[in-house]
Each structure stands twice: as C-alpha cells, then as structure tokens.
Design a binder for this molecule. Structure first.
Ligand code: KG4
Ligand code: ZN
Length: 361
C-alpha cells in the first residue's frame, strides 16, 4: 500500500500552456523498428514506422543488423513523419528520443540523430524512457475509451506493461512520476510467447502467431503449470521449460503432435500466460485500491489479454483502458506524448546525455 498516494483520482493529463502550440518531433529506435512521430499539444499528427524485415530469417533480432538498418531508415522515416504531419523542421519546439532501455547500437543511432538535430536547429532535447512511454500511450487523446464514459485514465492508475523485454506492473502517479511495483524475475511475457512459438516451429516474433492460431483452439485442452511467485512479481521461465518437456514427450509418441494440435496448444499456452498476468494485476489493484487500469506494450496487442482484461475490469467495476494496436507495439507516438508531458514539466536534457541499454526508473 502506498501511503503517499492521494485517494481521489486526478486528471493530470490535459495541461495547457496558456494557448501555446507545442510541437514535438519524436524518434524511437530502441529495438528493430525505426519510428518517428509528430504531436501538437499532445495530439498525434503523424506516426510512421519502418519495420526491419532483415531479422526474420535469423529467428530473432540481430543487434548489429538492427543498428545498420536504423542508419539507413532514420532520415527517410523522420522525413515521412514530418510530411504526414504537414510540419517543417523549423516549426518544431523540441526533439524527443528514446534514451533507454533497448539495444545499445539501435539507441545510439536514434540518440545521435536527435542530438544532431537539436544542435543544428537549436531546439531543446528530451530524453524518454521507453517503458514510461509505453504506459503513457494510454494518454494519447484519440485512444478509444474502454471504460464506459470515455477519455483517459485518471491518476493514480495502474498499468500492466508487457513487451518483448519487460513485464511490469506500474503505479503511475503523474505523467512523470511512476513506480514499478511488480516485475518479472526472469523472462518477459513477450519472451514466453516468442520462445514457446519457436519450440512450436513458428517464426519470430511468435506472439502474434500464437494469438492467431489460438483463436481456433480450446484453451482448456492442455494445462500448463502456474508459477507460485511472491508479491506482485512474475516468472515465465518455468512455463517455457514445462512446454519444452510437454512437447518432447508428446512428439516422441506422435511426431505429428504439434501440427495436429497447434490451435489447442496455442490457446492453452496463451490462456496460462494471460491468467498469470491478470492474477497479479488484480492483486495490485485490490492492494492499492485503484480502479483505473491500463495495459501497454507489444503483448497488450494480444486478443485474449485484451478481452480477459476488459472482463476482469467489468466484473470488479474498474475502468479498463486499452491502447489501439498501433500504440501497443513499439511506436514513436508514445515517445511524442511522453516528450510533450516532459516539455510541460520543463524536463529537458543536454547534449552530454548518453543512450543506455538498461535504465532504472
Ligand atoms: O513492445 P514491443 O513491440 O517491443 C518491445 O519493446 O519489446 O513488444 C514486442 C513483443 C514480442 O514479444 C511480440 O511477440 C509480442 O510483443 N506481441 C504479441 C502480440 N503482438 C506482439 N504477443 C502476443 N500476442 C500478440 N498479438
Ligand atoms: Zn517496447
């Protein structure tokens, strides 16, 4: 229980600077997508992403190839984002970029580019934490309401942030004040999807494919172990091992087992991952007495997670906020909205800032 948090919920998400127009150019390059976005007073004017296909044949992201592709993509991607927004470089008020966490080579391309722009245009620079940005994707104004009466979550709210590298329950007290109150002790939820998909012979990233095959499957057909972890933390490495042993045993008896049961395996696996996630989120909401709940990150694109999260919130009379798909997986719009709030808070950085693969909150 956090005693510092005021019990009444407050809307800190619609500040204004007495009619001033604030235009942020945002750059995201933490992993294998090169993305740029422009926002005007928190409204997203453009959100453009160049996905890197080069990694598909390797079954995962190859950091060196990702950095090289960012180098090739970054100028045209920023150009398209500006054009789509109808904004010129001279009109922007600040440049926001992902500073951490992520692949260091990829982050260096984005941060180096942002710093060069800042220097040449003489515009302020804003360093953004990628995980904080995933949470604030829920504050993007045109996010469709999922809680009944529309709009954005009120502070303090909880966010289950689930991506390829992180699984966290975040207590957001304001756009710039957040605390991780639960996280994975080993694999992330996205890794649990991707590594299980690999065991099933599916290409990377396997999460969306498991989601697709699961639509046709029976989630109760196979039962996968639920880890017993203290407090609000998670663990997914045991699940991965139990799937490995399960598949080894079954394919020994029937070499066609995976092909013949793919939909049921995917549905059962997805059911277990989602139930592990939501059980802890529910515990966090009850412990903290918080009624506005969000999900974020690539895994929040998962259809079962979205549906079960909504159901859990409805049953408990909580409000559920779910970002549109394009703001769940990595994107620059979330960097832009975070940049906007940091601009309002006068939270700028200087050119000595360096990208960081790991970063605390
Ligand atoms: O947030 P994100 O785009 O990148 C990181 O910051 O990691 O998350 C990527 C992760 C991958 O593990 C991918 O498999 C997973 O999100 N993912 C999904 C779905 N869409 C993306 N997992 C399950 N179901 C989906 N529909
Ligand atoms: Zn991410």
């Amino acid at each position: 229980m956090n005693n510092e948090i005021k019990k009444e919920q407050i809307d800190l998400s619609s500040p204004s600077l007495s009619g001033q127009q604030i235009i942020i150019l945002a750059i995201e390059s933490s992993c294998d997508d090169t993305a740029a976005a422009v926002c005007l007073n928190g409204k997203i004017l453009s959100n453009f992403i160049a996905n890197q296909k080069v990694h598909e044949k390797y079954g995962g992201v190859v950091p060196e190839l990702a950095s090289r592709a960012h180098m090739q993509n970054i100028v045209p991607v920023v150009d398209v984002a500006l054009q789509q927004a109808g904004i010129t470089l001279n009109e922007i008020d600040a440049i926001a970029f992902t500073q951490a966490p992520g692949l260091i080579g990829s982050l260096l391309v984005g941060s180096g580019f942002a710093k060069s722009l800042s220097l040449s245009l003489n515009k302020p620079l804003i360093a953004v934490h990628h995980m904080q940005a995933h949470v604030l994707a829920n504050l993007i104004p045109n996010t469709p309401p999922n809680g009944g009466d529309g709009g954005k979550p009120l502070f303090p709210f909880l966010c289950l942030t689930v991506s390829g590298g992180h699984t966290q329950i975040v207590l957001a007290e304001s756009p710039t004040k957040m605390k991780v109150i639960g996280e994975t002790l080993d694999d992330a939820a996205g890794e649990a999807f991707d590594k299980s998909a690999k065991l099933l012979g599916l290409p990377y990233p396997g999460g969306p494919l498991i989601d697709k095959y699961a639509q046709e499957g029976n989630p109760k057909r196979f039962s996968f172990a639920e880890p017993q972890i203290d407090a609000l933390d998670f663990s997914f490495s045991g699940l991965k091992t139990s799937i490995l042993y399960f598949l080894q045993k079954e394919t020994k008896a029937d070499p066609q087992f995976i092909q013949n049961n793919l939909a049921d395996i995917c549905a059962s696996l997805q059911f277990r991952i989602v139930s592990i996630l939501l059980k802890k989120l529910k515990k966090a909401a009850l412990q903290n007495g918080i009624k506005h709940l969000c999900i974020a990150g690539g895994v929040s694109a998962n259809s079962e997670l979205r549906a079960s999260f909504q159901k859990m919130c409805d049953e408990n009379d909580w409000k559920a906020f779910i970002p549109p798909f394009e703001f769940c997986t990595d994107n620059a719009a979330m960097i832009a909205i975070t940049g906007y709030y940091k601009y309002l808070a006068n939270d700028f950085t200087d050119l000595s800032v360096s990208a960081s693969a790991r970063a605390g909150w």
